[in-house]
Design a protein around this ligand. Structure first.
Ligand SMILES: [Zn+2]
Length: 442
């Protein structure tokens, strides 16, 4: 039943009534299933080695996660983060050819980023590929040899419109300068989308755990989805099925790395309920927009602004857990209040937070940042992670009091008491118990 290429499935499985899909288990033609956990698949010299942290991209080696030519694969996992699953559905339903290779004509970045010395340090960037946007350029000789190397970063340009900025223009807080802010209030930005590419020894070191521990936990907690995590310790790179990062750059990109020009940065973790739909239970959207305003102001005085948006919904616990916690908070005895804010999350999720800010500064090092003049965040975890990674922070900017929705007082006071940056004294346990949120209307 097996051959040197892996598995040869000839068994027939029951086909659900009404199904029209061809599968490995149904047609007359049996199909090869390549088990990547068989190391003999990779003994081929066609798989290029990766030396993480090398300055020369060809010496570093390309990330090859495509399944179009399995002998070239030199990593664990698949491209596109969680969207690999939709790609699988597209292939299964016959709308996407599994051997499709992207035509990368005209897809090059709109602005240049790097390379910087941080790219050549195996410990500075461990959670994505710094060369991810330059694939077509730096790996051209290998692409010409038919290696299917795909970008894991894309950089484009956009005009963005935020209703709050119209108000800021009317209030004279920002000006229409015709370059960064167009007449009518459109913001001109360059933005980068980044997919996760984990260098497992580096991720393990950042979290202070053994690489083997992290491999086993990843294998088990994904239901055994990636056997190579435990069978292929020689493969050091893992493309996890998680969301990525989007970076919004305002102003002159060259100002980001110029020590004589100011830089404003907000690092924001996704909160769909507030960011998109305007929920008033937290400060996410108002603080994000305040960050955009600070970025515009800093760009307009000759500097630059950077908003980094991480897909780590609900402190990376996910939205289902988040909504369960909202209910638990609002239905608990004594109602939603700041002194019980963190314990309700812990009751449901088992932890208060799973964002692991230790990996967050990578994106700042990719941008070549060494100093942040205005850091638009009160998070002590983000601040500590950035400063511990070697970036200087000059000023921390809290959210203005008048931008905090009434129902979000519970969250912000609880966070300040737990160590968030504040210019005022934090509340005592008795004071926190008096900060109450709205009840549910049952
Ligand atoms: Zn929020």
């Amino acid at each position: 039943m097996t051959d040197s290429n892996g598995f040869h499935l000839a068994a027939k499985a029951p086909t659900p009534p009404g199904t029209k899909l061809k599968s490995a288990f149904s047609g007359a033609q049996p199909r090869h299933i390549v088990l990547t956990s068989h190391s003999n698949r990779f003994s081929s010299s066609a798989a290029l080695p990766i030396q993480w942290g090398k300055a020369d991209p060809l010496e570093r080696g390309p990330i090859i996660a495509t399944v179009t030519d399995p002998v070239h694969r030199n990593v664990i996992g698949a491209h596109s983060g969680s969207y690999a699953v939709y790609r699988a559905l597209a292939v299964a339903s016959g709308v996407l050819q599994p051997d499709h290779r992207p035509d990368l004509t005209n897809t090059a970045p709109t602005v240049p980023i790097g390379p910087y010395s941080s790219w050549a340090d195996p410990n500075k960037i461990v959670s994505f590929d710094p060369f991810g946007a330059l694939v077509s350029e730096v790996f051209r000789p290998l692409l010409d040899q038919a290696y299917d190397i795909r970008p894991t970063i894309a950089i484009t340009q956009a005009h963005i419109q935020l209703p709050e900025l119209q108000t800021a223009i009317r209030q004279g807080l920002i000006q229409e300068d015709g370059v960064i802010v167009k007449p009518g209030g459109d913001l001109v930005v360059n933005k980068a989308a980044i997919e996760p590419v984990w260098y497992l020894p580096g991720v393990a070191a950042r979290l202070g755990v053994d690489e083997e521990e992290i491999r086993y936990a990843l294998f088990e907690q994904t239901g055994g989805m990636f056997p190579e995590l435990v069978t292929r310790p020689d493969l050091k790179i893992f493309l996890p099925p998680i969301g990525g990062i989007t970076v919004y750059i305002l102003g002159d990109v060259a100002a980001i790395t110029d020590p004589n020009r100011p830089l404003a940065v907000r690092v924001h973790d996704e909160c769909n309920g507030s960011d998109v739909f305007g929920s008033d239970i937290c400060t996410c959207r108002p603080y994000l927009v305040h960050g955009v305003e600070a970025c515009v102001q800093t760009a307009q005085v000759g500097g630059a602004g950077v908003i980094v948006y991480f897909r780590k919904e609900g402190r990376a616990l996910g939205e289902v857990t988040k909504f369960l916690v909202y209910n638990a908070r609002k239905r608990q005895q004594g109602g939603d209040r700041a002194d019980a804010y963190f314990s309700r999350t812990e009751c449901v999720a088992g932890v208060q937070d799973m964002r692991f800010q230790e990996l967050m500064p990578d994106v700042l090092h990719w941008l070549g940042i060494t100093q942040i003049d205005r850091f638009i965040s009160m998070s002590d975890m983000k601040y500590n992670a950035i400063v511990n990674s070697g970036i200087k922070i000059v000023e921390r900017v809290p959210i203005p009091e008048d931008l905090i929705p009434a129902d979000a007082k519970v969250e912000i006071e609880a966070k300040k008491a737990a160590g968030y940056y504040s210019e005022h004294q934090t509340l005592s346990p008795e004071g926190l118990a008096r900060v109450k949120g709205r009840k549910l209307v049952d």
